[in-house]
Ligand binder design. Structure first.
Ligand code: ADP
Ligand code: MG
Length: 242
């Protein structure tokens, strides 16, 4: 069993296929007496298997975009197609299902539960999926091995380095066998050597077919991406060749 559904398993041929298709996406927030346009008409396609980084100034709309891609929020207008599903029109129950099955999240602060071991933290992601106990155990072992932490399964987060904790968080994200990994500043709390540990893991996962979308302030991270986007004042620009 492979950890990540490959193109073939998804019934796709070798041609690039859009995983996401966003058109005319706006997201406005009401702040007291004014309306803030966090996203101002975004048109964007993201191909399966791509490694995309999103850079840009604070307040530019990066987290808002990631929340829409992650089925955590709906746009004020426009459509957010994930495969054949328009996340803008999906019910709350559908969005919950999409998040459980199709999307892995990684955050700057790792967000591990401190009283649970590495294996128990990873196992939690499988709870909503209704897989058997035996399969759960096997998938958790594989996910931890995948990020190089087979030997640390019984450790608590507090007994692990920052880089190791973030690798546990990546294992927790990929154990679901998601279509896409969304990461908001995944290396923001890490020193250079730990950042490189994480980048190696991310690149390996991408090479296996996982789509990566990473918000980052770190140009060392963006340099490793296949496609670089910049999000400023709610508008996306492709800066891959700059
Ligand atoms: P970034 O992640 O690039 O720093 P955000 O997506 O967090 O940007 O924010 C974009 C804009 O939307 C900012 O002006 C921010 O103040 C506003 N904003 C974000 N979330 C909310 C919210 N929940 N309520 C009101 N305004 C928000
Ligand atoms: Mg942000």
């Amino acid at each position: 069993m492979t950890l990540i559904a490959t193109h073939t398993e998804q019934g796709l041929d070798a041609a690039p296929v859009a995983l996401y298709r966003l058109s005319g996406v706006t997201r406005t927030y009401r702040q007291k007496d004014r309306v803030v346009k966090a996203l101002a008409g975004v048109d964007l396609e993201i191909t399966r298997g791509d490694f995309v980084t999103i850079q840009g100034p604070t307040g530019g709309g990066k987290s808002t975009l990631l929340q829409l891609l992650g089925a955590l929020d709906r746009p004020s207008a426009g459509s957010v197609m994930l495969g054949d599903t328009d996340l803008a029109k999906a019910s709350n129950a559908q969005l919950t299902k999409v998040r459980a099955h199709e999307i892995g999240f990684v955050f700057q602060g790792f967000n591990l539960i401190p009283t649970l071991t590495a294996a128990e933290n990873v196992d939690m992601a499988l709870e909503p999926l209704g897989v058997t106990k035996q399969e759960r155990t096997q998938r958790v072992e594989e996910a931890l091995a995948r990020v190089g932490l087979a030997e640390r399964a019984d450790h608590l987060p507090g007994e692990l380095s920052g880089g190791q904790q973030q690798r546990v968080a990546i294992a927790r994200a990929i154990v679901k066998q998601p279509k896409v990994l969304l990461a908001d500043e995944p290396t923001g709390n890490l020193d250079e050597s730990m950042r490189d540990e994480i980048l190696v893991v991310l690149e390996e996962l991408c090479a296996e077919g996982l789509t990566l979308i990473v918000v980052t302030h770190d140009s060392a991270v963006a340099k490793r991406a296949k496609r670089r986007l910049r999000l400023e004042r709610g508008t996306v620009r492709d800066i891959t060749r700059k």
